[in-house]
Design a protein around this ligand. Structure first.
Ligand code: URA
Length: 440
C-alpha cells in the first residue's frame, strides 16, 4: 500500500477502506509515514470530511494504537464524562463526586489545558500533594475504595492521537468535526468505561463556535460510541460566557468546592446537575427527573463533598485546603479591572477571557511554560449585568505585576458594552442520544 495513493484518494473525496485507514494510523505511529504526508492527509480530511464508517474505523485504530485500559477489576457501572473544552469549566470536579455519591464508578482520565481552555488535571494539581499520575493498580484501587478517581492520561493511551494532535495544532486542522471526534472518542474508547457522557461546548469560548457544528460533532461522537458498544450521549452546553465566576486552577478548585458544599454560582450548579443526571440516566438509575433529584440531594446532604474529600485524600492531596479553600496557593498580587464605560455587558468573547487568564499565568503560552496555579480571574460582572464607568468588572490574580496590563487589555477587548439588555441565554442547548436529537 502507498501513502501517496491514500492521500490522493481522500483528496478526491473517495471513501478509504478499513485496510487503508489501518495502514495510515499504524504506519504513522511506527514512524514509517513522515509528518508531511500525514499533514497532507489531515488537510484532505479537513476539506473532504469522512464518512461515518471511516470516522468509526479511524477512531478504533486510534484507540488501539496504544494501551487499552482494562477496568474489569472495578465493580459496578463505570461512567465517564468528557468536555470538549471551555473557560471556567470545572464541572468534572463536581460531577464526578456527585455520580460517585449516587453509586456510580467514575474512573476518569482527563487532559491538561489546551490553548485558551483549562484542563482538569492542571486544576487538581493546584491542590498541594495531589497526584494525577497513578499506577493502573492504584487507579483501580482508588475507584474501588472511593467510587472515583481522576488522573492524567497514561503515557501510552492513544499515541496516534498524541502525534496527530500535535501536527493538527500547527497545520490549521484542529477544527474539523471528524478529526475532533476521532481524537476525543479514540481516547475515550481506550479508557475502558461502560457509559460516556459528552459535554459538547458551544459558543465563543468553545472549539465549536456554532450550535449547528456542535450538534454535528455530538452526533458523530455519539454514533462512534454506539458503534463501539458504549452507551453514549451528549449534552450541548453554553460556552458563550465563562462558566461560574472563577477562571484559573486554584480558583476553580475553590469554586468547585463551593458548589459541592451546596452553594456556588447557579449557572455552574445547574450545568453540573444536568451533566450528573444524564450520567445517572445513561447508567439506568431512573428517568431524568428522578436522576436530577438524586443528584441534587448529594449537594444538599454533603455526600458529594465527602466523595471529593475521599478522592483528594486517596490521591495524596492536602484535604485541609479543601475544607478551607483559603489555604489553596493563590497568587499574591491582586488587580481590579474597572469598567471604561456605562451600559449592559451584552457579550463576553469567552475565548478572549480564557486568553486573559493565560496571560496572567493560569495557562501555557508554549508547551514548556510553567503554570502559575494561583493565577486567574474572579469575575464580578457577567453578560447581562449593568455597569457604571469605574465599577469593578473583575479581580485579577498573578505573581508578577508585569502580567496585568496585557491581560487587562485582552479582557476589555472581550467585552461588548451596549445600551440594550441582552436576552438571557440558555445554559443547556440540546441533547443528542443514540436515537434522538433535541434542541431546547
Ligand atoms: N480535544 C481533544 O482531545 N481533541 C480535539 O481534537 C479537540 C479537543
Amino acid at each position: 500500500m502507498r501513502t501517496y495513493d491514500c492521500i490522493a484518494k481522500k483528496r478526491d473525496g473517495e471513501e478509504l477502506t478499513e485496510e487503508e485507514i489501518h495502514y495510515l494510523i499504524s504506519s504513522y505511529v511506527a514512524g514509517d509515514i513522515p509528518d508531511y504526508q500525514m499533514a497532507a492527509f489531515l488537510m484532505a480530511v479537513y476539506f473532504q470530511g469522512m464518512t461515518d464508517k471511516e470516522t468509526s474505523i479511524m477512531t478504533q485504530e486510534v484507540a488501539r494504537s496504544g494501551d487499552m485500559v482494562d477496568l474489569s477489576a472495578i465493580q459496578g457501572i463505570k461512567v465517564d464524562k468528557h468536555s470538549t473544552g471551555g473557560v471556567g469549566d470545572k464541572t468534572s470536579m463536581i460531577v464526578a463526586p456527585i455520580a460517585a455519591a449516587c453509586g456510580l464508578k467514575v474512573a476518569k482520565m482527563s487532559g491538561r489545558g489546551l490553548g485558551h481552555t483549562g484542563g482538569t488535571v492542571d486544576k487538581l494539581e493546584a491542590i498541594p500533594g495531589f497526584r494525577t499520575t497513578l499506577t493502573m493498580e492504584e487507579f483501580v484501587d482508588v475507584v474501588n475504595r472511593t467510587g472515583l478517581s481522576i488522573v492524567g492520561q497514561s503515557g501510552n493511551l492513544a499515541p496516534a492521537d498524541k502525534k496527530m494532535y500535535a501536527l493538527r495544532d500547527v497545520t490549521a486542522t484542529v477544527d474539523s468535526i471528524p478529526l475532533i471526534a476521532v481524537s476525543i472518542m479514540g481516547k475515550k474508547l481506550a479508557a475502558g468505561d461502560d457509559c460516556i457522557l459528552l459535554d459538547v461546548k458551544t459558543g465563543s469560548g468553545a472549539f465549536m463556535k456554532t450550535l449547528e457544528g456542535s450538534v454535528e460533532l455530538a452526533k458523530t461522537m455519539v454514533s462512534i460510541g454506539g458503534a463501539a458498544g458504549k452507551k453514549t450521549a451528549a449534552l450541548i452546553t453554553n460556552m458563550d460566557i465563562p462558566l461560574g465566576n472563577y477562571i484559573g486552577n486554584a480558583l476553580e478548585v475553590a469554586e468547585a468546592v463551593e458548589v459541592l458544599k451546596g452553594g456556588g454560582p447557579s449557572d455552574l450548579r445547574e450545568v453540573c446537575l444536568h451533566l450528573a443526571a444524564n450520567m445517572l440516566e445513561l447508567a439506568d438509575k431512573g428517568n431524568f427527573a428522578e436522576c436530577m433529584e438524586t443528584a441534587r440531594k448529594t449537594l444538599e446532604d454533603g455526600s458529594a463533598f465527602s466523595k471529593f474529600l475521599e478522592m483528594v485524600e486517596a490521591q495524596g492531596g492536602d484535604i485541609s485546603c479543601i475544607r478551607d479553600t483559603s489555604r489553596l496557593p493563590f497568587a499574591p498580587l491582586r488587580h481590579e479591572v474597572r469598567a471604561r464605560k456605562e451600559g449592559y455587558i451584552a457579550h463576553m468573547d469567552t475565548q478572549a477571557c480564557g486568553t486573559a487568564s493565560v496571560l496572567l499565568g493560569a495557562g501555557r503560552e508554549t508547551k514548556e511554560s510553567l503554570l502559575d496555579y494561583g493565577a486567574g480571574i474572579i469575575l464580578k460582572k457577567k453578560t447581562g449585568d449593568y455597569v457604571k464607568e469605574g465599577d469593578v468588572l473583575a479581580e485579577f490574580l498573578a505573581s508578577e505585576e508585569k502580567r496585568f496590563p496585557a491581560a487587562e487589555e485582552k479582557f476589555h477587548s472581550a467585552l461588548t458594552i451596549a445600551a440594550e439588555r441582552p436576552e438571557k441565554e440558555k445554559l443547556i442547548l440540546g441533547k443528542v442520544s443514540a436515537n434522538c436529537t433535541e434542541i431546547f
